[in-house]
Structure formats: structure tokens, C-alpha cells
Design a protein around this ligand. Structure first.
Ligand code: BDP
Length: 687
């Protein structure tokens, strides 16, 4: 009996222990050297900074560190300075950021002599698409960490614990804002009982330097206030919002502001009352102004009657340039359609000269294999941030157009749609944690390379205390056999995903079943054409691709010169965006001499082979990574491989139904027929 109890306790402890390393993200160091800390400031935030140092100090045992809050005119927006044994900043939060930076430098073996660091964007915000019933729209890592169906208003110990862990993880990479609920917002969020919970969350996150924001439903005055309309120019409506915003600030005095999805995908908005985005955004901005809050007004709009969805945000918003209040920021998705594996950057970046614009990235992998695929999104974001808009001549990158370097924006911000849920490992895939990490790092410094971000993340996440204890020869072997190949894998992973899903500028050809697998054929009668893949790929007997040239939809004209003509001209259009901008014959010759059809097949084939290589790289990593995480990633890679094959077989065979062309002989034959794939498409329902 006694023996059984011992075994049960052991098994329970083992279960509890499982996944814990993954839960600790990139902050799993616990066995620091002894360090004394002297601080000239005292607060909860400073205490957090001290405990981080005491936890993970990798300098000499017995060192003394000085934390100094002091005026430094070169530091801005909670920036910090590291110099020898001192971390200094203008604010306590700056000190916390500096401490995390110092520990990161120590752990990654970089030199930490002297560094002054200010953030690129003032507001670095996660957008949670969390519903009040606890489900997460496009979430693949379990339910919401903020909301739940059962007993929704009690703040439990485990709520507090996870909110603190969340705050710490965000602070470690400089994320300083969080929108707590879905952009498809329930009006309920503005009721007293929800606002009380918002207050509890804000109180926990405040010491970590994180402000809370809310998504609001534009029809709230009707839905909650029982007014006959939500017309933004109606006095009663204005009074309702003004009082509501005052109430929000009574709960959360440092509340950040509202995120608004209005007149978009069926959400209510000013257009329901014959008003404009400016009327709607400015009305809310005026009510926010006395409190210092901002309105993030989304530009994700497209109506059913425009012939090219990719043009709409620009067409609708550009005429309003200069008309928004200065506390309105237009939040623009990175591409003109919708978070595809590859899109050109949205032409709204670099177009608005007198309005603040902020990029919205998607950290959750809605269109990139959910949490089953290893895709390091940093390279996608880096590509967007470094894209040249030519707004003020060459060098006017998306980063510069949005972070205040090119225009004097009062507010600068960047948003990432979070991939976080209650799963033990937070993100569903261990490597999806890297995307949360990368978003924060790039938001802090939009000039960072993905190479550096991957390197930092891998070392902090996988080089555990126990591995370090094995000594320098082991660490060197670890670097050679784990760090180098896995970093290469990460840096390759986004392009591989493009190969496996949407090569050569294809886009939006996924299944309607959760936007997961392939579905280039999906076009039931009665569905809006711009929700169906054939609208985007335009495949026919003779060719494929969406003609956005001057003689087509003319979307190219939305880009500044010379990009408009670069994209317009078949000879100069980058091949990785070819079918985004052009409809070309199947026999069109690509730059390397093969036909478009051959090139397309070979991209899909290459994608499959690359995923197979990822599996091999990972299997060689055994011995350099703990068992739990090794197995978890191995299983996911197997799914990714199956997925890549399915995409290849589905897309190639489907396009063959148009062109009747043979498979190039070097391309692997399909494992499954198109008919079987289509029959199975909806058999397993994917959210
Ligand atoms: C699309 C998602 C949908 C979101 C929408 C948005 O499929 O769930 O509500 O974007 O960003 O990508 O508003």
C-alpha cells in the first residue's frame, strides 16, 4: 500500500513537472550566482527587477549591481542604459527593462559593456482575440487566460499567478500594452462586472509596465445604453461614450484606450448611420482625450462590391488622411488582404502623410499551420518592416514610416495578434513561443535581425541551467549541434511554409475549414466571391494569378513610384509576388528558364523536402534538448510534414484540372488523389 502511494506521488510529481520547462518560456534560469543589488529607488517594479537579478545572475558570485533611477536626457520612453555594474533609467520600468536586457546579454554571451537603448515604438501591444466565454478566435493554444465561462467574475489565485507570469514574460521583451478582448467585440465588456475584472487584470499587470486596452463594439450605446442609435454625431451617443469612458478610467486610471473594428466584416460602425470612419474615430478620440487614451481604429475593411479586395483599405482610408485627431492611430494589417504567408506590404504604409499609422502583425498562425507548424514569423515581419515604401524617396521603409523616424507622430505603436492561451506551453507549439518573443523584440527595436532574435531565443529557451552545469565543452557541442542547425531551420521555416502553401505570390487558397489545409477549389454558391480561393488564384485553362496591373485591377497604382512600375512590369515584378500582381500563362518562362507550371510544382515539392530536412535536423538534436520538448516538437514536425504533402498533392492536382499539364518527372508523385483529399476536407473539423 505504502509503495503504491509512493509510486502515485511520484507519478503525480512527474506529471506536474512535465511541461514546466515549456511553461517557463525563455525565462527558465533559476540558478544564478549570488549578487547584491543596491537601488536608489523603491517600488514593486524595482523589487521585481531585483528578484530577476537574484534569480539569474551570471556574472561573478558576490558582484554588486547598482540600479539607478536618474535623469538622462538621452533616454526616452522607458529606455535604459547599461554601463558596467549599473543599470540606469528615467523610470522604474526602464530599470526593469534594463535588468532583463542585461540578463539576456549575460546568458547569450554577448558583451554588456555599455548600451543605451530606447524603444522604436512607444506602444508595443498584444491584441488578444479572446471572447468573454473564454474561447479564443483563431487561437490554437487553449482557452483565454483572461476570460472564462464558468465562474467568470471570481479572481482566483491561479488567475493572478498566470497574469503575473504573463506580465513578466512581456516585460522581459518590452511589450507594454495588451488588448484584453476580441476585435469582434461583445458590448458586454463595458458592463460593470467585466470592468471590475479588467481592473483586477490592470492592477496585476501595472508593475510590469503594461497598460490594458479594450476592443469595443461600436453599437454599444444601443446594445448597452438602449439608445435608439449609435450615430457618432448624435448628442446622446456622444454623452453615453463620454460617461462610459469616464467610468472606465475610474476603474483603471492609466487605461490605454480602445481598439475598434468598425464597419468591417459585419461589425457595426459609423457607416451604418451614413457617417465616416473619421466621424466614428474622432468622436471616441474626443471622449478619450482628457484621460490621455488613444483610439486604434482598424483599417481592415472590404465591402462585397469592390472588384479587388486588396485595394479597399487604401481606397477607403486615404481620402481621410489628416482628418483624424492626433490620438487616433490607424491600425493596418501588414498586407493588403489578410495575414497570408506572403503578401506585399499594405500600400497604406507610406501613404498617409498626416495621420498616425501602426502595423498589425498576426502572431497566432491562422494561415500558417496553426500551432502545428514550426514557422518563425520574425523573418516575415522583418521583410515587411524593411520594405521600402518610397514615401519620401528610397529608404522610406515601413518601419521608418510608422516608428516616427520619418514623421513627427505624437503616438507610435505596433500590434501583434497574440498566440497565447491556457496551454501549459502557452502557445501550442514550443517554437510558437519564439514568435511572441520576436514580436516583442522587434517592437522594441525594429532594426533587429531575425538571426539575432532566433539566436537569443534559442539560447534562453533551450540552454538550461543543468546543461550549463555540464561545462564549456558540452556548451560548445550544444552550440554546434543544436544552436546552429536549429537556428538555420527557424530562419528557413517561413519560406518553407510559403513553398508548401502559396508559392510565387499565390494567396488565400486555404480551406474554409479553419484556414488550415489546402482548399483552392472552395467556392460554394451564394458565398461572397472575395471569401473564396478561386477569386484570388484566377486559374484557367491558360494561366493563373490575379491581374493587379494597370490594365487589371490597377492595385499597383496604390504604391509609390518606382514600386508601381516595378510591380506592374512582368519582367521586374519580384517572382515571389508574381501571381499576386499578374495573371500569367502556365507556360510563362521564369527567370531560371523553367515554365511557371514547372516552377510551381517544384516549389511545392521543395517545401515537402524542406520539412523532411527539418525533421532530420530535429532528430539530430536529441541529447541536446530535454525529452519533453524534444518529443513535443518531433510530433508537431510529423504533422507539418503530412500537411506539406497534402498541400502539394491538393494544389498540384487541382491546378492540373485546368491546365492538363504533366507533373515534372523530378517531382514526387502524389500520395493521394484529389478526389480523396476533397472528400476528406471537412471530415475532421478544424476550428
Ligand atoms: C481574419 C480572421 C477573423 C478576424 C479578422 C479581423 O479570419 O477571425 O476577425 O481577420 O482581423 O483574419 O478582424
Amino acid at each position: 500500500m505504502k509503495r503504491l502511494t509512493i509510486i502515485a506521488v511520484f507519478l503525480l510529481a512527474f506529471q506536474l513537472g512535465r511541461g514546466q520547462l515549456a511553461h517557463q518560456l525563455w525565462l527558465n534560469s533559476k540558478e544564478g550566482q549570488k549578487v547584491s543589488v543596491v537601488s536608489n529607488a523603491h517600488s514593486v517594479t524595482i523589487d521585481l527587477a531585483i528578484s530577476e537579478l537574484e534569480n539569474a545572475w551570471l556574472g561573478n558570485a558576490g558582484d554588486t549591481m547598482y540600479l539607478q533611477v536618474a535623469r538622462d536626457s538621452l533616454l526616452k520612453n522607458n529606455g535604459f542604459r547599461l554601463a558596467g555594474d549599473t543599470v540606469s533609467a528615467n523610470s522604474d520600468i526602464g530599470i526593469l527593462y534594463g535588468v532583463f536586457a542585461l540578463l539576456r546579454l549575460q546568458k547569450t554571451g554577448s558583451r554588456a559593456e555599455m548600451e543605451r537603448s530606447n524603444p522604436s515604438y512607444k506602444r508595443r501591444i498584444l491584441n488578444h482575440w479572446d471572447n468573454l466565454d473564454g474561447s479564443v478566435e483563431r487561437g490554437y493554444a487553449g482557452n483565454s487566460i483572461f476570460w472564462r465561462k464558468e465562474d467568470p467574475f471570481t479572481v482566483t489565485k491561479s488567475d493572478i499567478k498566470i497574469w503575473k507570469q504573463y506580465g513578466r514574460a512581456n516585460a522581459s521583451v518590452g511589450i507594454n500594452g495588451t488588448v484584453l478582448n476580441n476585435v469582434n467585440a461583445s458590448a458586454e465588456i463595458l458592463t460593470g462586472r467585466y470592468l471590475r475584472r479588467v481592473k483586477s487584470i490592470a492592477d496585476i499587470l501595472r508593475p510590469y509596465g503594461i497598460k490594458v486596452y479594450l476592443s469595443v463594439n461600436f453599437a454599444s450605446p444601443e446594445l448597452l445604453g438602449h439608445l435608439p442609435s449609435a450615430d457618432p454625431l448624435n448628442k446622446e451617443v456622444i454623452a453615453w461614450w463620454t460617461q462610459k469612458i469616464d467610468e472606465v478610467y475610474r476603474y483603471v486610471p492609466d487605461f490605454g484606450g480602445f481598439l475598434v473594428k468598425a464597419s468591417s466584416e459585419g461589425q457595426p460602425g459609423p457607416q451604418d448611420f451614413g457617417r465616416t470612419h473619421v466621424d466614428g474615430a474622432n468622436m471616441l478620440a474626443d471622449a478619450m482625450k482628457p484621460h490621455g487614451g488613444i483610439i486604434m481604429w482598424r483599417a481592415f475593411v472590404y465591402s462585397a462590391n469592390e472588384t479587388d479586395r486588396a485595394k479597399q483599405a487604401y481606397t477607403e482610408f486615404l481620402p481621410f488622411d489628416g482628418k483624424f485627431r492626433d490620438n487616433v492611430i490607424i491600425q493596418v494589417k501588414n498586407g493588403p488582404v489578410d495575414f497570408q504567408p506572403r503578401e506585399p506590404f499594405s500600400p497604406l504604409f507610406g501613404a498617409m502623410k498626416h495621420s498616425s499609422v501602426m502595423p498589425e502583425f498576426q502572431i497566432t498562425q491562422e494561415y500558417l499551420g496553426h500551432s502545428n507548424y514550426l514557422v518563425f514569423l520574425s523573418t516575415l515581419w522583418e521583410e515587411v518592416l524593411n520594405s521600402d515604401t518610397y514615401q519620401y524617396g528610397s529608404g522610406s521603409t515601413v518601419a521608418k514610416c510608422t516608428d516616427g523616424r520619418l514623421s513627427d507622430q505624437r503616438y507610435t505603436a505596433i500590434a501583434g495578434v497574440a498566440n497565447i492561451g491556457l496551454d501549459t506551453n502557452w502557445c501550442g507549439h514550443i517554437f510558437a513561443q519564439a514568435n511572441w518573443y520576436a514580436f516583442g523584440r522587434l517592437a522594441w527595436n525594429d532594426r533587429l535581425s531575425s538571426r539575432k532574435v532566433a539566436n537569443e531565443w534559442l539560447i534562453q529557451t533551450f540552454l538550461t541551467d543543468s546543461m550549463r552545469r555540464k561545462g564549456p565543452p558540452f556548451v560548445r557541442a550544444w552550440e554546434k549541434q543544436f544552436l546552429v542547425p536549429v537556428q538555420r531551420l527557424m530562419l528557413q521555416s517561413r519560406e518553407t511554409t510559403v513553398n508548401t502553401m502559396t508559392p510565387l505570390g499565390l494567396h488565400h487558397i486555404m480551406s474554409a475549414n479553419g484556414h488550415y489545409g489546402p482548399g483552392p477549389w472552395w467556392a460554394p454558391k451564394g458565398v461572397r466571391p472575395d471569401w473564396t480561393p478561386p477569386y484570388y488564384h484566377q486559374a484557367s485553362k491558360t494561366g493563373i494569378g490575379f491581374d493587379r496591373t494597370k490594365t487589371g485591377s490597377d492595385a499597383v497604382t496604390q504604391y509609390h513610384t518606382p514600386l508601381d512600375s516595378i510591380y506592374n512590369n512582368l519582367a521586374t515584378c519580384p517572382e515571389n509576388l508574381l501571381l499576386w500582381f499578374h495573371h500569367v500563362p502556365w507556360t510563362y518562362k521564369l527567370k531560371d528558364g523553367q515554365t511557371l507550371w514547372e516552377g510551381l510544382c517544384r516549389h511545392y515539392d521543395k517545401g515537402v523536402k524542406q520539412v523532411r530536412e527539418f525533421q532530420q535536423i530535429w532528430s539530430r538534436a536529441r541529447g541536446f534538448v530535454d525529452r519533453d520538448r524534444f518529443i513535443a516538437v518531433r510530433k508537431k514536425l510529423e504533422k507539418q510534414y503530412q500537411g506539406a504533402r497534402l498541400w502539394k498533392d491538393a494544389c498540384i492536382q487541382y491546378f492540373q484540372t485546368y491546365n492538363q499539364m504533366a507533373l515534372p518527372s523530378d517531382v514526387e508523385k502524389p500520395a493521394e488523389s484529389l478526389r480523396t483529399i476533397q472528400a476528406n476536407e471537412f471530415r475532421v473539423r478544424i476550428k
